[in-house]
Write a protein that binds this ligand. Structure first.
Ligand code: URA
Length: 477
């Protein structure tokens, strides 16, 4: 910080922000200024490398007033400010300081929805969150065959509107933990080598590669999920503004798909088969495509899509509800507490999990945030019905002879309607392709019970698994 003395006016302070979205630095400076009683009109906030450098000479930070009270900032302000500071509006630092200044005198100001400055900080927050959502949805990695160490390396080019790159690094590390990748932007870059994340300099579009085989996958996926019945061009442009199109391989298809949409829709209506499109031809294609699935809103929660796993020629397919917190982080089904309980019961029944194809009715983790904890939320019937297309695509490729559906969501995804577990369990239900469905309780249900009730449910669960094991032996005899 520097101070500029002017004989006519009072001292004016200039804060040179070292980085565009550095909340901690802004907070430290703002606190010092509030404690020194410097009103907003005497502070200028300068972007890194901006004209603030003209004033970067002077007396340094002001001294706190004697007996200055502690600086007040409520949780709502801090939450909004942390996001709003990432906005590209050069006025944001000053706006935040004005609000912080006002908060000292009017602690309830954040509740005033009509206040133009509150409305503005909320708008900045919303724009930044929207930009992050777009980044999650529209970053497209392209394969660079040789990364100099003989491995595969993926590079994506993205042009965020705001200073959101660093704030979203964790999302991409979690989602693409096993890949080596870089995200290049005009304001800086992120590099993940599978273990360490580092930041790099700004880049240009020409630093990122052009096309690669992944693009065919994206295009295939996009064509397959394109549902003419949902075509609303205005809404589509709002969700996927044209500025992102040039970096997304699938968008070359859009004009053609739009042109053909009306015809396809009337064909589908006539055939009574309004659906998502051609099924992916491999499990790997499903695994890649579900990441981008936005047919329902669960995939927008900043979570992984978790693909089923197991041999493609498995005789047994086990279906759960949806990935939980740990599955979302690991990117694998049934690895958390419910998975561990399932493993113990399968082992007791003599069913080798490694020979089964294990998947979920819904591919993304649906949760609600409580503090920092992500609490499981059950998917709605509609969400299950939308995800049914993926489970059916998996089943069409694996072709199991026996499907074990654990819990009501799994039963619904298999049958297309809700059934009572207590009534459906214990007897096989014939499926249209000649395979059979067995329904049982979900292991998480057992985990929620205690004492005698848990023992009773564990006994029923074991009995169901024993029946499945016996049937598997008959089928392989
Ligand atoms: N519960 C499920 O239904 N599936 C998982 O993968 C984990 C917990």
């Amino acid at each position: 910080m520097s101070a500029l003395r002017n004989p006519v006016h009072e001292t004016r302070y200039v804060v040179n922000m070292p980085e565009a979205g550095d909340f901690d630095f802004w907070r430290e400076q703002a606190r010092g200024l509030v404690q020194a009683g410097v009103p907003p009109e005497r502070v200028a906030w300068a972007e890194p490398g901006g004209d603030g450098d003209l004033f970067a000479r002077g007396e340094g930070a002001p001294a706190p007033l004697s007996a200055a009270p502690p600086v007040r900032a409520n949780k709502r302000f801090v939450a909004l400010a942390k996001n709003a500071i990432l906005h590209s509006d050069p006025e944001r630092f000053a706006l935040l300081y004005r609000l912080l200044w006002r908060l000292q005198r009017s602690p309830r100001i954040m509740e005033d929805k009509a206040d133009p400055e509150i409305r503005r900080i909320e708008e900045l927050d919303k724009n930044v969150r929207r930009d992050s959502h777009k980044m999650h949805a529209f970053v497209r990695f392209r394969l660079v065959e040789d990364d100099g160490e003989g491995g595969e390396h993926y590079v994506a080019w993205f042009e965020p509107e705001h200073h959101i790159l660093r704030a979203n690094a964790g999302f991409f590390v979690r989602r693409f933990a096993n890949m080596k990748w870089a995200i290049l932007t005009p304001a800086g870059s992120l590099h993940w080598d599978g273990e360490v994340l580092s930041e790099g300099p700004p880049a240009q579009r020409s630093d990122a590669p052009g096309g690669d085989p992944m693009e065919d996958l994206w295009r295939g996926y996009y064509a397959s999920i394109f549902n003419p019945a949902r075509l609303k061009i205005g809404a589509m442009l709002k969700e996927m503004p044209k500025k992102y199109w040039k970096n997304m391989p699938e968008t070359v298809l859009i004009p053609g798909l739009v042109a053909g949409a009306q015809r396809r829709e009337s064909d589908m209506v006539a055939a009574g088969t309004l659906e998502m499109g051609e099924r992916p031809e491999t499990l790997a294609a499903i695994g890649a495509a579900i990441h981008a699935c936005r047919q329902c809103p669960i995939g927008l929660l900043g979570n992984h899509a978790v693909m089923g796993e197991g041999p493609q020629d498995a005789v047994l397919m086990i279906v759960g509800e949806q990935p939980g917190d740990q599955e979302d982080l690991a990117g694998r089904p049934f690895v958390g507490p419910a998975g561990q309980l399932l493993d113990r019961h399968l082992e007791r029944a003599g069913i080798d999990r490694g020979t089964a194809y294990v998947t979920n009715a819904v591919k993304h983790f649906k949760y609600t945030l409580r503090g920092k904890r992500r609490l499981h939320q059950s998917p709605t019937a509609k969400e299950i019905d939308i995800c049914r297309w993926w489970v059916e695509s998996e089943r069409a490729l694996v072709q199991p002879k026996l499907v074990l559906a654990m819990g009501a969501s799994a039963a619904r995804v298999m049958l297309g309607k809700t059934v009572s577990i207590s009534r459906a369990r214990g007897v096989p239900i014939a499926l249209e392709d000649g395979s059979e469905l067995w329904v049982t309780a979900h292991p998480s249900y057992l985990l929620r019970l205690e004492g005698a009730a848990r023992e009773e449910q564990a006994r029923l669960f074991d009995a169901d698994l024993d029946a499945v094991k016996a049937r598997l032996e008959e089928l392989s005899a």
